[in-house]
Design a protein around this ligand. Structure first.
Ligand code: F6R
Length: 244
């Protein structure tokens, strides 16, 4: 696991954008796995800047998001489809038909999960998966206690995650209880993984990821079994890890 510690969130975001942009330049038809949440926002902003000012080309890029809340239609401002369109896709030259999120309005959720896995397999798998991490060590919506053998599945949000994500909703009771999420198994199939963490609220989970044992008590620790993982942290998120 390679670890880069940036001084702050701004530098973390520039570094992350550089990693993603380099991969796109090397493989213009790259398949990117993308995350939502607060952490990647400034990375997306920097990638938009690179597109506008440096001509970074997304015309052949294919994306698959990690997760989507069950029951929120794409037009809902808290859906991840809305987030991705407004914070990223509409500002770059990506083809919207090449952007994918789980179909969280599907009548048959299991079928939608299988279809998503097939779509990913159909383009040869994810080349670079960008991840955030929850305070409880979740990745995607793989919460503590998750079965690591699951592929894309219907995930129940942990109470801690509901409390955490309530900041994006009018009230805590508005936070959906379920999402469709890539599973640990699907995330582990990505060729490369880039995990971003900012702020001291993530320091405990990062400590477990770097120094702890592999355990579904902290789902991110499964990444220790992946051969190509890079962490980009800021100083507060890195405060508990030993950097000897
Ligand atoms: C988002 C996702 C989540 C977030 C995590 C951190 O698509 O799957 O696992 O990455 O909850 O969220 P922030 O960045 O808001 O702290």
């Amino acid at each position: 696991m390679r670890i880069f510690v940036a001084k702050d969130y701004h530098d973390l975001s520039l570094e992350a954008a550089k990693v993603v942009a380099d991969e796109i330049v090397q493989k213009p038809g790259i398949v990117l796995g993308l995350a939502t949440g607060a952490t990647p926002l400034a990375m997306y902003r920097e990638l938009i800047r690179m597109h506008r000012e440096e001509g970074l080309d997304f015309s052949q890029v294919i994306t698959f998001n990690l997760d989507e809340y069950i029951g929120l239609p794409p037009a809902n401002i808290n859906s991840y489809r809305y987030y991705m369109f407004h914070n990223f896709f509409r500002h770059i030259n990506i083809k919207l038909k090449n952007t994918h999120l789980p179909n969280a309005m599907a009548v048959d959720v299991d079928e939608a999960c299988q279809e998503y896995e097939q779509q990913i397999a159909g383009v040869g798998g994810i080349d670079l998966q960008v991840l955030g991490i929850g305070q409880n060590g979740h990745i995607g919506f793989n919460e503590p206690g998750v079965d690591f053998a699951l592929g894309t599945h219907r995930a129940q949000l942990d109470e801690a995650t509901i409390a955490d994500n309530a900041r994006f909703f009018a009230s805590r009771s508005d936070v959906p209880r379920y999402a469709i999420s890539l599973g640990i198994k699907s995330i582990m199939q990505a060729k490369k993984i880039l995990l971003l963490a900012s702020g001291n609220s993530k320091a405990r989970a990062i400590y477990e990821l770097v120094h702890g044992a592999v355990s579904n008590a902290t789902p991110a620790t499964f990444l220790k079994l992946h051969h190509d993982v890079q962490l980009i942290l800021d100083e507060p998120a890195a405060m508990h890890i030993s950097r000897a």
